[in-house]
Design a protein around this ligand. Structure first.
Ligand SMILES: [Ca+2]
Ligand SMILES: [Ca+2]
Length: 92
């Protein structure tokens, strides 16, 4: 039973990671492999304040603090925070 749960969990993680990469690519409008402030702003709901965009960016921009979110940072952010909820990707 535990093995079944572990396998299902792993499968789900792979599914999420695959989706993370494709959603990252669709958010990376200029295809430079980073999500910058403007790209992040477009992904958040209309009317989101600059400081809120900056806050989300700062929470994810933790590995290489260059003001942009790399795929690695994007994944780490999803794994460690509820930023996934912000991105509307919470449903399995
Ligand atoms: Ca970009
Ligand atoms: Ca970064």
């Amino acid at each position: 039973m535990a093995e079944f749960v572990a396998a299902a969990y792993q499968e789900k993680m792979f599914e999420i990671l695959g989706r993370v990469e494709s959603s990252f690519n669709s958010l990376d409008l200029n295809s430079d492999k980073e999500i910058d402030f403007e790209e992040l702003r477009m992904l958040l709901p209309p009317g989101t304040k600059d400081e809120e965009v900056r806050d989300v960016l700062a929470r994810a921009d933790v590995i290489k603090k260059d003001g942009k979110i790399s795929l690695q940072e994007f994944r780490a952010a999803l794994a460690s925070t509820n930023i996934e909820v912000c991105l509307g990707a919470s449903k399995a």
